[in-house]
Each structure stands twice: as structure tokens, then as C-alpha cells.
Design a protein around this ligand. Structure first.
Ligand SMILES: C[S@@+](CC[C@H](N)C(=O)[O-])C[C@H]1O[C@@H](n2cnc3c(N)ncnc32)[C@H](O)[C@@H]1O
Length: 206
């Protein structure tokens, strides 16, 4: 699949997205986070496109020093509110940044991203995240799976990718997990929403 051109998922789009979702986002972290980080020693972590911070705070509660970065101030305000309701020992640094241009100036032991689709080709975004992994560190991507058949509720085509394209995009990292999953979540209005997920975990050799 060729890299998609840019599209309209810019800051305005994401600020509106989070403005329209007023209620507290009360959900469990996605199921791959616990599974894929189970064998990792906590260190520094970046959640790229962290939204309202559910995954970032889950990691922080398990000893990771977490940076949650997102382009949408509305999302980060909610992440900070969420954190304020937790014990003080569980905290993260929140950074409002456009990750298509932001430079962290450092590498992380873990970079994780879930369903973040910015205004750049999806595979170029994953390539960029791969460069931020420290030696021995891990990249965990949970993204919309590109499927040829109508299965699940369709994400925007430019936000989806095949497993083969994702794994190729993160070279030279070593692929540890490359899986496709289907699950149903509670969507807006309480309706079931079928997700077809691509889950890729890759490590940078020491
Ligand atoms: C579908 S939401 C997913 C949020 C969260 N990871 C989750 O699983 O609920 C995509 C997130 O990516 C963020 N995002 C999109 N483009 C971005 C960019 N260029 N830089 C940083 N964050 C971005 C959005 O603001 C949004 O919070």
C-alpha cells in the first residue's frame, strides 16, 4: 500500500473532536498495553497522541516516567484533570505538540501510540516514532488495520495500514509482535463500535 498523502486531521480537527466529547472518558486502557509491556522494565515513555491520557497514566501507575504528547489542548486539559484525581505518585508530563514537526531532543525506553492519525502519511508518522527509541527500547503501535474486505467500522483509509507496511516502516527495529485483532468498544452514544486493530511491537537492539 502506498503512503497516503496528507489529509485534514490537523489541530483544528482534533480540538473540535475533543471539544465535542465533553464527558469524562472513563475507559480501560486498550488491551494490548498490559500484554505488550508486561516484560519491560519501566523507564522513560512517550505516549504519542495520548488523547485524554488513559494509557499514559496506566503506564505512570506502573513506574514509567511518562510524557504524554498531543496536538489538542482540549485533550491534554482532560488528561491533567484525570491525573489530578489519582494519587500524587501517579503523574505524567503533558506536552502540547504537533508530533509531525516536534523534536523530542532525546530518546525513550518506550514510545507507544494508539490510533493517532496526524496530518501526515500514517507510515511516515510511524517511521518518525521509530527514530525516538533508545537502544534496547520498544515501540508499540496500535493502529487501524487496512483491510480489503468490509469488516469492522471503517476508519478513514488514510489512517489505516497493513501489518506488512507498518512492520516495514519501523525498520531497522526488530519486530517482536505483529498481530491483527478485532474487538468491539463502546462508541459515542453507547453504540458498539468494531475495531480492526494492527498491533506491532518492535525493539531497537542494544
Ligand atoms: C483517535 S485519537 C486517539 C487518542 C488516544 N491515543 C486513544 O487511544 O484514545 C488520536 C489522537 O492523536 C492526536 N493527534 C493527531 N495528530 C497529532 C499530531 N500531529 N501531533 C500530536 N497528536 C496528534 C489527536 O489529538 C488525538 O488525541
Amino acid at each position: 500500500m502506498a503512503d497516503a498523502p496528507t489529509h485534514e486531521f490537523d489541530k483544528d480537527y482534533w480540538e473540535r473532536h475533543w471539544e465535542q466529547r465533553h464527558g469524562a472518558e472513563n475507559r480501560a486502557p486498550h488491551p494490548y498495553l498490559a500484554r505488550e509491556t508486561a516484560g519491560l522494565e519501566p523507564g522513560t515513555a512517550l505516549d504519542a497522541g495520548c488523547g485524554t491520557g488513559t494509557e499514559a497514566l496506566w503506564l505512570a501507575a506502573r513506574g514509567w516516567q511518562v510524557t504524554g504528547a498531543d496536538i489538542a489542548a482540549h485533550a491534554l486539559d482532560r488528561a491533567a484533570e484525570h491525573a489530578a484525581n489519582l494519587p500524587k505518585s501517579i503523574s505524567a508530563q503533558w506536552i502540547e505538540a504537533d508530533l509531525t514537526t516536534w523534536e523530542p531532543g532525546r530518546r525513550f525506553d518506550l514510545v507507544t501510540t494508539a490510533y493517532a492519525h496526524p496530518a501526515m502519511a500514517q507510515l511516515d508518522f510511524y517511521r518518525r516514532l521509530a527514530t525516538w527509541i533508545a537502544p534496547g527500547g520498544t515501540l508499540l503501535i496500535v493502529g487501524h488495520l487496512h483491510t480489503a474486505t468490509a469488516c469492522g467500522d471503517h476508519p478513514p483509509a488514510e489512517a489505516a495500514a497493513t501489518l506488512a507496511d507498518i512492520t516495514a516502516s519501523v525498520a531497522p527495529l526488530r519486530i517482536e509482535t505483529a498481530e491483527e485483532h478485532t474487538r468491539t468498544i463502546n462508541g459515542p452514544g453507547g453504540h458498539g463500535h468494531v475495531l480492526r486493530d494492527a498491533v506491532v511491537r518492535a525493539t531497537r537492539p542494544l
